[in-house]
Design a protein around this ligand. Structure first.
Ligand code: PGA
Length: 252
């Protein structure tokens, strides 16, 4: 059976002290309680703390991901961080396509495709987010919206590169709102996404690809969500910021 993946997307939260103490406490609990969490854990802290996070988690089964990367190799892009910079400090994964980046930083599918190419060039694995808005779902357009997002980005890649992707279905209306999609709604979309991978890349890849859900996952709804056949884990924002809640999600 595929190991589920839980990703903590800390967004613009946790300073140096909070980041390092969270990770040290988490490792201590893992070690002391000898709990088998049965899930692959990835933590996505802010840029300044990627390196220290990587150092703290070195030699453990936990991994670190960046929350973003710039689409250009290098150059006059004040304030930005390149894929080669991330690789130079040992980062191997990056989150791309998050709806907050689209909303607040005007990221389009064109930009995302460039980000995909540069990430793959430098050997970064990609956690790629897709999802519809509230109005798109109201108009029953969620499937076509997600299909278009994938076709303009991830599906531009050859099958050799697809093993570098994790897909995260994040309906925008459920992110940070406390409103979760029902496990049935999520299962339906994940099954649909898997069919798209089947049509494009064949059975082996469609079965292997991890499709995570993100949007107001918490310690009470995680078990139900993770119990569905096509839900291979979660991308967790708010509820990953407190260690107790996060641990409960890992045990779900
Ligand atoms: P949330 O965020 O769990 O706070 O809804 C999820 C995400 O944006 O990845």
């Amino acid at each position: 059976m595929k190991k589920k993946i839980v990703i903590a997307n800390w967004k613009m939260n946790h300073d140096f002290y909070e980041t390092t103490s969270f990770l040290r406490d988490l490792l201590k609990i893992f070690f002391d309680k000898k709990i088998n969490y049965k899930k692959k854990v990835i933590i996505a802290p802010s840029f300044p703390f990627l390196q220290i996070s990587n150092q703290i988690l070195q030699g453990t089964s936990l991994n670190v991901a960046a929350q973003n990367v710039h689409q250009m190799e290098n150059g006059p892009y004040t304030g930005e961080v390149s894929a080669s910079m991330l690789r130079s400090i040992g980062i191997k994964q990056v989150i791309l396509g998050h709806s907050e980046r689209k909303k607040y930083f005007s990221e389009t599918n064109d930009i995302l495709l460039k980000k995909i190419h540069i990430s793959l060039k430098y050997g970064l694995n990609i956690i790629f987010c897709v999802g519809e808005t509230f109005f798109e779902r109201k108009r029953k357009e969620q499937f076509i919206v997600v299909k278009n997002q994938l076709e303009e980005t991830v599906f531009q890649c050859t099958s050799e590169k697809i093993s570098n992707f994790i897909i995260a279905y994040e309906p925008i209306w459920a992110i940070g709102t406390g409103e979760t999609a029902t496990p049935e709604q999520v299962q339906k979309m994940h099954k649909y996404i898997r069919t798209l991978f089947l049509d494009k890349y064949g059975e082996k890849i469609s079965k292997k690809i991890h499709i995570l859900y993100g949007g107001s996952i918490n310690d009470t709804n995680a078990r139900n969500i993770f119990s569905k056949e096509d839900i291979d884990g979660g991308l967790v924002g708010n509820s990953s910021l407190q260690i107790e809640k996060f641990l409960k999600i890992l045990l779900s």
